[in-house]
Design a protein. Structure first.
Length: 566
């Protein structure tokens, strides 16, 4: 170990050490590993009451405060380490040629020592999985409600506002009253059915039990028209989780952009991530991956280092008539809003019981207590099983959230899954039409390369309004491919074709048909439309012609998208 003996003629330094304010580390001759051990020991000792450093993933981290006063976990690099070292020990050097003329001087923590600590790779500091701003249910059924770091859950609890004490032994009647209180809050939203309403309550409940359910699927909040309250409902979960409305995130085009966005959002440590106003089909392998893992790994941009992060966020997507592709439909649950009005945002504010989100922010404590009461009652009564069918890959989440809701009298959780799959998964329809178009272009038993197919798609420049072009490759191209002008388009096309190797096109796949219907009060939906007659390609398995009713807005939007090459 380094020699930290204080020279006899340095009375002041001896006095400081005796007061035990800071340990003294004397720099000089010695091995780097020994100095590193001594500094790490000093940092650990200084952080007994409140840790100075944590281990997050596979890197050092500390808790910092952002410009809005919110706590977040920030990674610690070598440039920040000297300041932390200086709050743990006094660093000195002894200068002089003999004992009679030695002088002790204070020095800054050396950069070499800071780098050695950061790059060590293993530390005795506590593990930090995240920061929570509401009390949460631990895996043993107890409630984390004491501010500060909690070794049992490896979470740091920082109250986002005053939270009353939750009773240790609430009754089933208390839980039923809590569920009724929360459902009354949700009654201001125009849910299409009871399953959507109960799923919304399940989404709120997930914020309180996320630590015991682990991974959870993405919540889809959609509606036929804008202004129905989708984002407001999503922000209700943000308010419960953090005490305020969290920033919204826009959608991105391709998997590479999804990867970057997911990593940046997980680094930020948001408890709720809202992908707002989705317009494209949600089809991303990266998003599918983060929804099914508690650990996220990615390469740090511009470096060869690999970053390991805990994935604890609740994911929400909002949009009008959201469409799903790939495996996302198996990783989602549906909350459908429908006001049955042409301009729902013009509804009279007097029709609402509460003014959200202001009411939710001021009454957040009551909402949090209600959610924890429901969860605590279910737990202390033996965790009664749920009678519903769990969502694959999310069995724990389904059974815990479903069990709590059912025990509190809420019985339609996840009851609309089949309808979700029927309504939102357009990938099969899109690929059937696309493979049909390839057949008509190249014919049967004709070999073609990915490059030839890509060039053929790019060369199609005729107007999409021409009847004979509605079945062109460009028009039938699945939306999940993104922009065909991108350099990676041909590669994406080839990979997608490989995934569908030996999967024949469904020649009998029905084309979409539209029909004008009436609302429950017998008033026709005020949506402009026109009839369009489309000639489908002649094929033995298909009729020569079909009549197709297409909403004018939908047709024009699709043409615009295709013209942009999306």
């Amino acid at each position: 170990m380094p020699d930290n003996k204080i020279p006899e003629n340095n009375i002041l330094e001896k006095s400081r050490k005796n007061t035990a304010i800071f340990p003294i580390i004397t720099l000089g001759n010695g091995q780097l590993r020994d100095f590193t051990d001594e500094v790490i020991e000093a940092i650990s000792a200084a952080g007994k009451a409140e840790p100075l450093l944590y281990v997050r993933g596979d890197r050092l981290a500390r808790i910092i405060t952002d410009s809005e006063g919110c706590l977040k976990a920030g990674f610690v690099g070598a440039e920040a380490m000297p300041e932390i070292m200086s709050r743990s020990a006094d660093f000195i050097r002894v200068r002089g040629k003999s004992d009679s003329d030695t002088v002790t001087v204070g020095v800054f923590p050396p950069e070499t020592l800071a780098k050695a600590i950061v790059n060590r790779g293993h530390w005795p500091f506590p593990r930090l999985r995240g920061i929570v701003e509401i009390p949460v249910l631990r895996k043993d059924g107890t409630i984390l409600d004491r501010p500060g770091y909690d070794p049992a859950s490896e979470l740091y609890y920082h109250p986002g506002g005053p939270i009353p004490k939750i009773h240790d032994t609430p009754t089933k009647k208390d839980a039923e009253n809590a569920a009724g209180f929360l459902l009354d809050i949700l009654s201001d939203f125009p849910f299409q059915d009871e399953a959507s309403r109960d799923n919304a309550l399940g989404l709120l409940l997930t914020a309180a039990v996320k630590e015991i359910v682990g991974i959870a699927p993405i919540a889809l909040i959609d509606a036929p028209t804008r202004g129905t309250g989708k984002t407001r409902l999503a922000q209700l979960v943000s308010i419960v989780s953090s005490g305020h409305e969290l920033p919204l995130s826009p959608e991105v085009r391709d998997d590479e952009e999804w990867r970057k966005k997911i990593t940046s959002l997980l680094i930020a440590g948001r408890p709720v991530i809202i992908i707002d106003n989705v317009e494209r089909t949600i089809c991303s392998g990266q998003l599918s991956a983060v929804l099914t893992t508690s650990e996220w790994t990615d390469r740090i941009l511009g470096k060869s280092e690999v970053l390991h992060l805990h994935s604890r966020a609740i994911w929400i997507a909002t949009g009008n008539n959201i469409r799903l592709g790939g495996d996302i439909s198996r990783r989602a649950y549906w909350i459908r809003l429908n006001a049955n009005l042409p301009r729902p945002w013009l509804r009279d504010s007097r029709d609402f019981k509460r003014e959200l989100p202001a009411w939710a922010i001021s009454h957040r404590a009551e909402m949090v207590v209600a959610l924890l009461t429901m969860a605590r009652v279910w737990f202390i009564n033996g965790k009664p099983s749920w009678s519903g069918r769990p969502l694959g890959s999310y069995e724990t989440w389904s059974r815990i959230v479903g069990g709590i809701l059912e025990y509190c009298g809420v019985k339609n959780f996840l009851a609309n899954l089949e309808e979700l799959y029927d309504q939102t998964d357009d990938e099969l329809n899109e690929w059937s039409a696309f493979l049909n178009a390839i057949f008509e272009t190249f014919g049967a038993n004709t070999a073609f390369s990915t490059k030839a197919l890509s060039e053929r798609i790019s060369d199609e420049s005729a107007s999409l309004y021409d009847r004979e072009d509605r079945n062109s490759l460009k028009f039938m191209l699945p939306e999940s491919f993104g922009d065909m002008r991108d350099k990676g388009f041909s590669k994406r096309l080839g990979l997608a074709l490989k995934k569908r190797k030996e999967a024949p096109p469904d020649w009998h796949q029905k084309q979409s048909r539209w029909q004008l219907v009436s609302t429950p009060d017998d008033k026709p939906l005020p949506v402009p439309f026109r009839e369009v007659v489309a000639e489908l390609p002649a094929h033995p398995a298909l009729p020569a012609k079909k009549e197709l009713l297409v909403f004018e807005d939908d047709l024009e939007e699709r043409v615009a998208i295709q013209n942009e090459g999306r």
